[in-house]
Design a protein around this ligand. Sequence first.
Ligand code: SF4
Length: 144
Amino acid sequence: MGYTDWFKKHAQKHKVIVAKLLSKNYSKEQIIDYFDFENMKREEKDFCPLYAKDKKCHDMESLNCYLCACPNFRFNDTGIEKVEEKTKFSFCSIDSKDGRVGVYGEKIHQDCSKCGVPHHRVFVEKHFDIAWEKMMKKCQYEAI
Ligand code: SF4
């Protein structure tokens, strides 16, 4: 599945959950609490395939799933630029010290596996919006 397909599917799953919480008059704080990994793995089993394995995507004691993916991620499924015969498909807009450039044959992808930035509650509070696509509006990057 390409980035775009994943984004569309994930946006829909996120929207359904947030709509359910809003229908119960959840506040911003309550919504963020609900998206804590420990609660999500019990209540929203289909939101992430890792829930069934009781496995976090990052080694963090407290992990919030509201901002999966990450507003700092930039991607384009057809490629962003050529880098020495290779094609770059994604990168980190803040060049996080915990991120990594992953080279996979002829393809370059951002590797966020060691970066927990979007899963910290304080980051979620800062970037919070009930519309997931709005929070991620800069992620789809123009090819150059
Ligand atoms: S490296 Fe960290 S901040 Fe950068 S896009 Fe990945 S998760 Fe986000």
